[in-house]
Design a protein around this ligand. Sequence first.
Ligand code: ZN
Ligand code: ZN
Length: 366
Amino acid sequence: MNGASRADRLEALVAEAELDQLIVGDLVRPGDSGPDAIANVRWLTGFTGTSALAVVGPGRREFLTDFRYTERAAGEVGGEFERITVEGRLIPELARRLEGRVGFDDAATSVHSLTKLTDAIGDNAALIPTTGLVERLRRAKDEAEVEAITAAARLADEVFEWVAERGLAGRTESEVAQAAEARMREHGAQPAFPAIVAAGPNGALPHAEASEREIGPAELVVIDMGAKLDGYCSDGTRTFATGELGEEELAVYELVRSAQAIGLEAVRAGVAGADADAASREPIEAAGHGDHYGHGLGHGVGLEVHEAPRLGKTSEDVLSAGDVVSVEPGVYVPGRFGVRIEDIVVVTDSGIRNLSGTSKDLRVTG
Ligand code: ZN
Ligand code: ZN
């Protein structure tokens, strides 16, 4: 990126939005943020703690944290930022530093925090709502980010193999999910989200969580899991069989597999997210399963497991090089079974690179 830092690129975007400054960070629970809520600060500054806000504008790079994180910030936050340790709460100190047209992210701000901020700012500052400016920049992953996501995906591949080798039938969904998550932790990763293990009729609920139901002897089992390594997530789904399947289950498996392959072909720089979705959806609709596919083709993956861009019917995003996205069509036959196959890929100048390595041949695990 020609040596322009992330903050430099954000400054350019702030100017483009006709703002003087942008507040970056979690204004829902400032001081006690979860990893997703504080992902923008992490991306911008390198800070991995749970309490920080940043301000970026022309000539301004300010990073605010509290006393618990002074030392960590000194080690993590780049020298271009002025590091400020706040006595007490973050918002009053933040408010004191704002002037001109100040953007805040309306998707990351509670009414409560906005009221406090509005009460505390000076007459020379005006708060302007914006949405997802940092997220827009976060889309284009650099080499180190792609490497981290690739490592997380490899680890998940290893766990898929391990889970399949141990067999699924006779164990409960939640046993399998917990074992998979424990395996990730043994390898030094965190689960990026609670693993989904959904067998038989539960597989027809696209967002099923792992239940106490025992997995049967001839069922389809949807397993959706991701690892988080160095802050970066992977996301992948395979559907396994625990025994000999019926004709319709086999046909739907092959249908989803081919729709997924079409989705992978469609995901290219310059292609609209809605068009990639439509290409992959077409064979599913043609087979009469359009009503059994209620979600979009995919989503961006990075510091968060769901981030920009979106690939779906109503998406207005256009893919570009550096995007890391999931490609995950599914068919969910109510009361009976579901199939979903999900890879994550990085969009390159010349095509895509698939970061998911687990085979998509139907695997019978027993
Ligand atoms: Zn996904
Ligand atoms: Zn997934």
